[in-house]
Design a protein around this ligand. Structure first.
Ligand code: AHR
Length: 497
């Protein structure tokens, strides 16, 4: 099979906001306790953070990490997690029905984020709490000194403010599972008033309002429209969340699911612009896709977990090869929408639906999805270009006209580099893609990285990386024409310089 593509340095979508390679750490399962933090582990540093995990996170070059939830934030008292550890209360954590020890809280997480070279995207509790707790928290984290909450931070050993710039106004408030679930009207009002108070404390912050928890929500996209109608002038981003699974074991349909994500992004973008027009506003609301991933493998195991334990193995999906392909396609979808999707968080980062896994008191290792995420994060910085692609197509159970090839391209002018990301979704055949790259005169092929496996269900384990990338030397670039053979069901990264 054949596909054709034209790539021109003038066909710009937008400069990529590197925060689309963000991730997420929630106080959930073994993400914090036994994941990033395990005092007593041979690799633990002086604060109890695992250095082996820090190194793996650094390999991913994660620019921003959302914290502390997630569903957990909707019943969280941030004050429980600051000050002397011996005074911190143990609480029933209602979202995941575990015991939260509060050994790690805001200050420790900010320290950890520095160790992995990330910024923090902080969420406030708009479930059980509201304006007062949020304005106190931002005074604690961002105000320099001379007031009750800022001086309390200083007394906790943090002389300088943390200056956290990005804040989520609650989490999935449209979801009936959320503690303190709200109608769009109720949420719009509390988001508006909390955002107002927070920006009075620190006008330099940016705020993310909750949108829909997934495209299947009955209130989608009215929730976004109502919320933005009320809070338009206060907020800067609207949040999108989406997880996919292959429950029916239908690979062709599963690999097409980023088309649903594409539809989600287009709908939310249109909703934002409708409210913009309605308000005669000059301000544009951008999109923060702050939870996305594959999530379904662990659903049954989670039902068997005893409630009220500490850091049980919740949401521990073991990802296979086909999951890595869909993750790659989802990253491509973000790049195709680089003009409006300015933040995105792979949910999550360690142990909980994560690219990085750990053994308690043992080793850490890379899941299959680690690789497309790493490639996109490392090579996907610059300007997103619009590839003009003609690819053969197929129909699946839920989708029609699915291109067998997904593609995105990134031009990094400073480094004089172009990277093309491609997924071949064909279950049986390789596809040769011929790309006109004549606008990149004098460039040559650096490498063609491939993630492939004969078994769509192949998984990595702590002992064996069955799914890991390799480079291929068959691809050719000559006279401005790049010819690359993409093996059946493969993730491909082609780098030119
Ligand atoms: O990431 C796991 C959970 O998924 C989050 O806590 C919640 O926001 C979403 O439903």
């Amino acid at each position: 099979l054949q596909a054709k593509m034209i790539l021109d340095k003038n066909y710009e979508i937008a400069k990529i906001d590197e925060r689309i390679y963000g991730s997420f750490i929630e106080h959930l399962g073994r993400a914090v306790y036994g994941g990033i933090y395990e005092p007593g582990h041979p690799e633990a540093d002086e604060q109890g953070f695992r250095k082996d995990v820090i190194e793996l996170v650094k390999e991913l070059q994660v620019p921003i990490v959302r914290y502390p939830g997630g569903n957990m934030v909707s019943a969280y008292n941030w004050e429980d997690g600051v000050g002397p550890k011996e005074d911190r209360p143990r609480r029933l954590e209602l979202a995941w029905r575990v015991i939260e020890t509060n050994e790690v809280g805001t200050n420790e997480f900010v320290d950890w984020a520095k160790k992995v070279n990330s910024d923090v995207m902080m969420a406030v509790n708009l479930g059980t709490r509201g304006i007062d707790a949020a304005r106190n928290l931002i005074e604690y984290t961002n105000h320099p000194s001379g007031t009750y909450w800022s001086d309390l931070r200083r007394s906790h050993g943090y002389e300088q403010p943390h200056n956290i710039k990005t804040w989520c106004l609650g989490n999935e408030m449209d979801g009936p599972w959320q503690v303190g679930h709200k109608t769009a009207y109720e949420y719009g009002r509390i988001a508006q008033e909390t955002g107002k108070a927070m920006k009075l404390v620190d006008p330099t912050i940016e705020l993310v309002a909750c949108g829909s928890s997934n495209t299947g929500m009955p209130t989608f996209p009215e929730y976004e429209a109502t919320t933005l109608d009320i809070a338009y002038e206060q907020v800067d981003y609207i949040s999108l969340h989406q997880y996919y699974g292959n429950r029916n074991n239908d690979a062709a349909n599963y690999l097409a699911k980023n088309m649903d994500m594409d539809h989600f992004i287009k709908t939310v973008r249109a909703t934002c612009d409708y409210i913009k027009a309605k308000h005669r506003s000059k301000k544009t609301i951008n999109l923060s896709f702050d939870e996305w991933n594959v999530w379904y493998h662990s659903n049954d195991a989670d039902k068997k977990i005893e409630p009220w334990t500490i850091a049980p193995p919740q949401l521990e999906d073991h990802y296979n090869f086909e999951d890595a392909l869909l993750v790659g396609s989802m990253l491509i979808t973000f790049l195709q929408h680089a003009d409006r999707v300015k933040m995105a968080c792979l949910a999550q980062l360690v142990n909980v639906i994560a690219p990085i896994m750990t053994e308690n008191n043992g080793r850490s290792w890379k899941q299959t999805i680690f690789y497309p995420y790493m490639h996109a994060s490392i090579f996907g910085r610059g300007v997103s270009l619009k590839p003009i692609l003609s690819s053969p197509k197929y129909d699946s159970k839920d989708f029609t006209d699915v291109p067998y090839i997904d593609s995105a391209a990134v031009y990094n002018e400073e480094k004089d580099e172009v990277t093309i990301f491609l997924v071949n979704k064909h279950l049986e055949d390789a596809i040769t893609v011929t790309t006109d790259v004549r606008s990149f005169e004098g460039y040559s092929l650096v490498e063609h990285i491939i993630l492939e496996n004969d078994d769509l269900k192949a998984v990595n384990t702590v002992d064996h990386q069955a799914v890991a990338p390799h480079t291929n030397s068959e691809s050719k670039l000559g006279d401005g024409i790049l010819e690359a053979r993409l093996p059946k069901t493969s993730w491909n990264v082609i780098r030119l310089k």
